[in-house]
Design a binder for this molecule. Structure first.
Ligand code: PPS
Length: 285
């Protein structure tokens, strides 16, 4: 995927969406509040799914807000140029989304009691998701081949830099009580159990029917139907809706339909080398 980009402290950003000023604002000026909830991910890891879950938890399972306010306004991306305008409209506890790597995150977070939820996904499925995403985002040039999409992740040339560095950077916080990490695969396997764990982490007490409502309204089928969550509200010069849908397949393991055996072995070898110092295993392994 190619796009007009600039690098900020070695990380790749999108010219039309970010600016040095908008990233530096988050890094150095954003005033993090103690009850802020940050939804942090590498792109295509389940960001929008977590926005929906957190929005529903915040509103005790009531889907009214999710069905009336677009996800990008309910839980805006803090590093984009429009964020400062959107920030003014957020109600507490604020849900703020970010794809920023650990080293560029808001300095004031580290002195606060705010919380981070970090969602990870099998990088092979991220590659597949990105491959299709590149077809619908107007400012991206489509990949010429699937191998190119693999190389983008392997070489750290995709947006927001290296997936490996992103995960390793954020995992430095794995034992911090303000940090909760979960995988896309766990969310798929046990959505209700995941919501219960999230509520516990957030100190939110929901009864059984409220939890059921969170699970129901954040399901792939509900989100695909919900115009406020499925990105059909995005302007046609941003997403080309004739080329695909944002909520594409919503499964794990689709990589098996796209990687050749050789590509899978190539990626596994690089994965092993780059992740060996982390000493952690994830649910997709
Ligand atoms: S982005 O552009 O970085 O914000 O994308 P992100 O939201 O992180 O990831 C998009 C993928 O998440 C899938 N998705 C879901 N899967 C299961 N259940 C639910 N509710 C759900 N919501 C979003 C979405 O379909 C993209 O994955 P793929 O594999 O492309 O389908």
């Amino acid at each position: 995927m190619s796009f007009d980009h600039f690098d900020y402290k070695g990380v790749r950003f999108i010219q039309k969406v970010h600016s040095e000023k908008s990233i530096s604002y988050v890094e150095n000026e954003l005033k993090v509040l103690d009850d802020d909830i940050f939804n942090v991910t590498y792109p295509k890891s389940g960001t929008n799914w977590m926005i929906e879950i957190l929005s529903l938890i915040k509103h005790n399972g009531d889907a009214t807000i999710c069905q009336s306010i677009p996800s990008k306004e309910r839980a805006p991306w803090q590093e984009i140029v429009e964020f400062q305008e959107q920030e003014a409209n957020l109600t507490q506890p604020r849900i703020i989304t970010s794809h920023l790597p650990h080293q560029l995150f808001a300095k004031s977070f580290f002195k606060s009691k705010a919380k981070i939820i970090y969602t990870m996904r099998n990088p092979k499925d991220i590659i597949v998701s990105l491959f299709y995403f590149a077809k619908i985002v107007c400012i991206f040039k489509e990949y010429e081949s699937f191998q190119q999409a693999i190389e983008d992740i392997v070489k750290g040339n995709a947006l927001y830099g290296s997936w490996f560095d992103h995960v390793k950077g954020w995992m430095q916080m794995k034992d911090d009580s303000r940090f909760f990490f979960i995988t896309y695969e766990e969310l798929l396997k046990d959505p209700r159990g995941s919501v219960v764990k999230l509520c516990k982490f957030l100190g939110k007490q929901l009864d059984d029917s409220q939890i059921d409502s969170v699970v129901k309204h954040s399901s792939f089928s509900s989100m695909k139907e919900n115009k406020m969550s499925n990105w059909t509200h995005a302007a046609s010069d941003m997403l080309d809706h004739s080329k695909g849908t944002f909520l594409r397949k919503g499964v794990s393991g689709d990589w098996k339909n796209h990687f050749t055996v050789a590509q899978s072995e190539y990626f596994d070898k690089i994965y092993e080398e780059k992740m060996k110092d982390l000493n952690m295993s994830f649910s997709w392994e």
